[in-house]
Write a protein of this length. Structure first.
Length: 301
């Protein structure tokens, strides 16, 4: 089985951003886009990657959040069109979880905007183990051949300049129950969330950008002999490892699918994970796109 992994699409659409909708946390986000980020994020790269994956031999596509910039309805609709029409895979072959930009404001949380936009991609094979979350029923579980894809919502609305995530007690307890489920235990777990498992070494940066309950998450995952945790958030390719009681988990981050950067570590592209029929993780790789030619080339994680 081959899994493709993209993240941090950051597709921007301001059609619905009438002035009063920018007089909140969005104002700082808009300023960032207007004066800095718009020069390095190119939405056409997202389309090129989606079209490329549709033609490749990929069994499942995972999208680990920050698909929008300001969590506006029009942005979510734009992302949905890219997934439905350009990527064009059956909905059971695509999984998506929210990033902090997708629940950017309290209003987007209260209206469950992410859930309404992507409900068909959030369907679970073990719905009885999901909790009620503003972004939808999380964790979701998709049993696919040798893997169990487990989607977590680490994104919560925060004050300006804070991008930290939190899973919360209910989700973490649900995750523990999922990992004990017999259908999951006979497969290799592939956990999807926006925030990395490993926090920055700086306590201040961890509070501003990290995952509040990262240590508790690592403890819940410690029962696994092997697995993958796929994330975004950092806008760079990273491959970390987390030791467990009987083995280790590979914690792998994808870069932003729209980012133009001179470093291959950050240039837009996607990751791939090859899983054997017995659940062994046999290969982890990454491809970057050349922004001028549109060609893809392998890069080291």
């Amino acid at each position: 089985m081959r899994i493709a992994h993209i993240s941090d699409l950051h597709l921007l659409a301001l059609d619905a951003a009438i002035p009063f909708r920018l007089f909140n946390k969005r104002l700082t986000g808009y300023a960032n886009l207007r004066f800095r980020r718009k020069h390095i994020h190119r939405p056409e790269l997202v389309g090129a990657i989606a079209e490329h994956l549709r033609k490749e031999r990929v069994d499942h596509v995972c999208i680990t959040g920050d698909v929008t910039n300001l969590a506006l309805e029009v942005e979510l609709q734009l992302v949905r069109r890219v997934i439905d029409d350009v990527l064009g895979l059956p909905k059971e072959r695509v999984s998506i979880v929210p990033g902090n930009h997708d629940v950017y404001t309290k209003g987007s949380e209260r209206s469950r905007r992410f859930f309404h936009a992507f409900e068909p991609y959030l369907q679970s094979d073990l719905p009885e183990l999901a909790t009620s979350h503003p972004a939808g029923p999380f964790p979701f579980v998709k049993l696919r051949g040798p893997v169990a894809l487990i989607g977590l919502a680490s994104a919560v609305s925060r004050p300006p300049f804070v991008a930290a995530g939190k899973l919360g007690k209910a989700q973490l307890e649900a995750l523990a129950a999922i990992l004990r489920h017999p259908e999951v235990k006979k497969r290799t777990p592939v956990v999807l969330q926006h925030h990395p498992l490993h926090n920055p070494p700086s306590k201040l940066k961890a509070r501003l950008e990290g995952l509040d309950d990262a240590e508790t998450l690592a403890e819940k995952l410690s029962i696994l002999p092997r697995g993958l945790l796929l994330h975004g958030h950092l806008h760079r390719r990273v491959h970390g490892r987390e030791g467990t009681r009987e083995g280790e988990i590979a914690a792998v981050g994808a870069t932003s699918a729209s980012l133009v950067h001179e470093s291959p570590m950050k240039m837009a592209g996607y990751n791939t994970y090859d899983i054997a029929d017995d659940g062994a993780i046999v290969a982890i790789g990454s491809q970057a796109i050349d922004a001028e030619s549109g060609r893809f080339f392998p890069v080291e994680l």
